[in-house]
Design a protein around this ligand. Structure first.
Ligand code: NAD
Length: 250
């Protein structure tokens, strides 16, 4: 017999991620879908949810999440675009609702989180490193949040190991075609039909190349991470950034 003990509502429920989350919540043995909300809907009491999953747009996410926290409802957030300024505002609201947990995860694919951790571990052993992220052409931001976070982790690991700047390639860089640098790490963004969400981290040294690659081939790849968030968020009061904190990988 199933025990649908966690009541879940989804904000952004008509979107690509939101609708996939609705299906996953419906199918999981321990979760019950009690609300679907999208742009223009009155969020009200959130359908009596214990946990809200929020996948909307960067401009709306802070307002939506703040409403949930003020209702005393835990939130699992996948929407990207969380600046330090927005995080500070959210932390202040959450501080007034001490039992509420909010998880903000730039990437729910567990393989992508492992890729970032492996890249962080490898960083101190290689002078040369570059990140290549490849996505479908409808992706609005570049570089991806995952690529920026990977670069941050590699950059911090290099600093801790006393490694200097990643050397520039000797070839010319016409019109910024090589992409940009994030925390000193070169990051390249490819937008191409046929791609979904992919990333390679390339480490080079004399006579060897280490490539760490992750491919999300379908939005289904995010669902185990989202459901992990739904199941654990009530046990993590306050604002947590990164699913790795729920997986023993932080
Ligand atoms: P989408 O455009 O398909 O869906 C967004 C939905 O949000 C739409 O249905 C839209 O109507 C709705 N929306 C717009 N304004 C709203 C508002 N004010 N309140 C409620 N709903 C509103 O986009 P998507 O592909 O589902 O992605 C959604 C977000 O999730 C993006 O920020 C994307 O970058 C991010 N994303 C995160 C992960 C992750 O693992 N964290 C994975 C994929 C996508």
């Amino acid at each position: 017999m199933s025990d649908k003990s966690i009541k879940v509502a989804v904000i952004g429920a008509a979107g690509r991620m939101g609708s996939t989350v609705c299906d996953a919540v419906d199918l999981a043995p321990d979760t019950e879908l009690v609300g679907r909300f999208d742009v223009g809907d009155d969020l009200g009491d959130l359908g009596g949810a214990d946990v809200v999953v929020e996948f909307s747009v960067p401009d709306a996410s802070l307002t939506n999440v703040t409403h949930c926290v003020e209702q005393g409802v835990h939130v699992v957030v996948g929407t990207t675009g969380w600046t330090e300024d927005k995080l500070d505002k959210l932390r202040k609201t959450v501080a007034a609702h001490k039992d509420v947990g909010v998880l903000i995860a730039p990437n729910f694919a567990i393989g992508a989180i492992l890729m970032m951790r492996f890249a962080e571990q490898a960083a101190r052993f290689y002078e040369s490193v570059e990140v290549v992220e490849l996505h479908h052409p409808n992706k609005v931001d570049a570089p991806s949040g995952t690529a920026a976070r990977t670069a941050d982790l590699i950059g911090e690991a290099r600093k801790a190991a006393g490694l200097g700047q990643v050397p520039d390639a000797t070839t010319q860089d016409p019109e910024g075609a090589r992409g940009g640098r994030f925390n000193g790490i070169p990051v390249h963004s490819v937008r191409l039909r046929g791609l979904v969400a992919h990333q390679e981290v390339l480490f080079g040294a004399e006579g060897e190349l280490l490539t760490i690659r992750h491919d999300s081939l379908d939005r289904a790849s995010f669902m185990p991470g989202v459901l992990t968030g739904v199941r654990q968020v009530a046990g993590h009061p306050g604002v947590t950034v990164g699913l790795e904190n729920y997986l023993g990988l932080s």
